[in-house]
Design a protein around this ligand. Structure first.
Ligand code: TRP
Length: 334
C-alpha cells in the first residue's frame, strides 16, 4: 500500500525569488519532475499568517508561478496550483489541529524566530502554521518532500501527526510518513554581505542577493561588491570554512559549475578572489539572465499564468477529494 512515490512541496509567494530559492528549491524541483510525479503548491494561506497587502499577494502568487515555469517546471507534467484554490487544505488542517499536540507546536523553533519577543501578538495562524503544512503534504499522501534544512523540524512534525492519525484511527499505513529531501550542498545560500545570514528577500540591501530578475549588469556589480577575503583562495576546506563569505562564493560557484568544493579549490587555490568572482559572474549571468527574461515575459500574460493555476487546481482537487473522502470516513464525519 502507498508504495507509489509522490513529491509535494510548497513555496511561499514572496515574489522576487532569488538565487537561494533557485539553487535550494527550484532547480531541485525541476530535476525531481523528471523522475517522479510532483505537486508544487504556492502556499498563499501560509503567507497570510503575517499580514499581506492583497494586491501584492495576488501579484506574488503569479510571479512565483512564472518563476516555476521559467526555471523549467512543466505544468502539463507537474501539478502547479495555489493552496487556497483547493479547500481540502483547510479542511484537513482543521482535522489535524485536533491530532497535533500543543506541546509539539511549542517546540517549533521557526515560530519562536518569527514571532520574536512579543509572542502574544503573533497570529494564531502563525502558531498552527506547521499543522497546515502537514495537511498540505498528507492531503495528497505525498511520500517525498523537497525542503530546505530550515523546514526539517516541520517535516518531522508532519510525520508525528501522520503516525498519530494512523494510530488513533487504527489504520496503519493510511498516511505514508513523508520523507524530507534536503539538498546536500546548497540548502543554504548565504547573503553576499554577511556569510552567516541566509540569502533573503527581506534583507535590506539588494546587494545581499542575486534576484532571478536581475540584469547581467546588476549580477556583475553584485558579485564584484560581494564580501570575500583579502587573503588568497586557500587549498583546503578547513581554512575556507573560517571565512563564511568566501565559503559562500565558492559554494555557489561549485553548485553553478556542477563541480565539487574540493575540485574548485584545486583549480583556484593561490588565486585572488577577484579571479573567482569574474568566473562566477559569467556563469551566473549565463544561467540566471535567461530565467529572469522568461519570468518577465510570462508576467506580461497574466491570464496564461492564471490558466496554469486553474488547470493545476483541477488536477489537485481530484486527488484531494478522493483522499478527503477516506479521511472523513476514518474520523467518523458524516
Ligand atoms: N513552510 C514552507 C517554507 O516556508 C512552505 C511550505 C508550506 C511547504 N507547505 C509545505 C513545504 C509543504 C513543503 C511541503 O518553506
Amino acid at each position: 500500500m502507498n508504495k507509489k512515490k509522490l513529491v509535494f512541496s510548497g513555496v511561499q509567494p514572496t515574489g522576487n525569488l532569488h538565487l537561494g530559492n533557485y539553487l535550494g528549491a527550484l532547480k531541485n524541483f525541476v530535476s525531481l519532475q523528471k523522475e517522479m510525479n510532483c505537486i508544487y503548491c504556492v502556499v498563499d494561506l501560509h503567507a497570510i499568517t503575517t499580514f499581506q497587502n492583497p494586491n501584492q499577494l495576488r501579484n506574488n502568487v503569479l510571479e512565483t508561478v512564472a518563476s516555476f515555469v521559467a526555471t523549467g517546471l512543466n505544468p502539463s507534467k507537474s501539478i502547479i496550483f495555489n493552496q487556497s484554490a483547493v479547500s481540502g487544505h483547510t479542511e484537513l488542517a482543521w482535522i489535524l489541529n485536533c491530532i497535533s499536540r500543543i506541546g509539539w507546536l511549542n517546540r517549533m523553533t521557526q515560530f519562536k524566530d518569527k514571532a520574536g519577543s512579543d509572542k502574544e501578538k503573533a497570529s494564531v495562524g502563525l502558531y498552527i502554521y506547521p499543522n497546515l503544512m502537514a495537511a498540505d503534504i498528507l492531503l495528497y499522501k505525498a511520500t517525498h518532500v523537497p525542503v530546505g534544512a530550515d523546514q526539517k523540524q516541520h517535516l518531522e512534525l508532519s510525520r508525528d501527526i501522520a503516525q498519530k492519525f494512523n494510530n488513533d484511527f487504527n489504520c496503519k499505513d493510511f498516511f505514508p510518513l513523508p520523507e524530507p529531501l534536503i539538498p546536500k550542498n546548497v540548502s543554504r545560500v548565504m547573503s553576499l554581505r554577511d556569510g552567516n545570514k541566509k540569502m533573503s528577500k527581506s534583507e535590506e540591501s539588494d546587494y545581499s542577493r542575486i534576484n532571478l530578475k536581475d540584469s547581467a549588469d546588476e549580477i556583475n556589480k553584485k558579485i564584484k561588491k560581494a564580501k570575500s577575503d583579502s587573503d588568497q583562495i586557500p587549498d583546503n576546506l578547513k581554512d575556507l570554512e573560517k571565512k563564511p563569505e568566501a565559503l559562500n562564493l565558492v559554494n555557489i560557484y561549485s553548485e553553478i559549475s556542477k563541480s565539487t568544493l574540493e575540485k574548485v579549490l584545486n583549480e583556484m587555490s593561490g588565486k585572488e578572489y577577484s579571479f573567482l568572482k569574474k568566473k562566477l559572474a559569467e556563469l551566473l549571468i549565463n544561467e540566471i539572465e535567461p530565467v529572469g527574461k522568461e519570468i518577465k515575459k510570462l508576467l506580461g500574460d497574466k491570464s496564461h499564468l492564471e490558466s496554469i493555476l486553474k488547470k493545476g487546481k483541477e488536477k489537485a482537487n481530484i486527488i484531494a477529494e478522493e483522499n478527503l473522502k477516506n479521511i472523513r470516513e476514518k474520523v467518523g464525519l458524516i
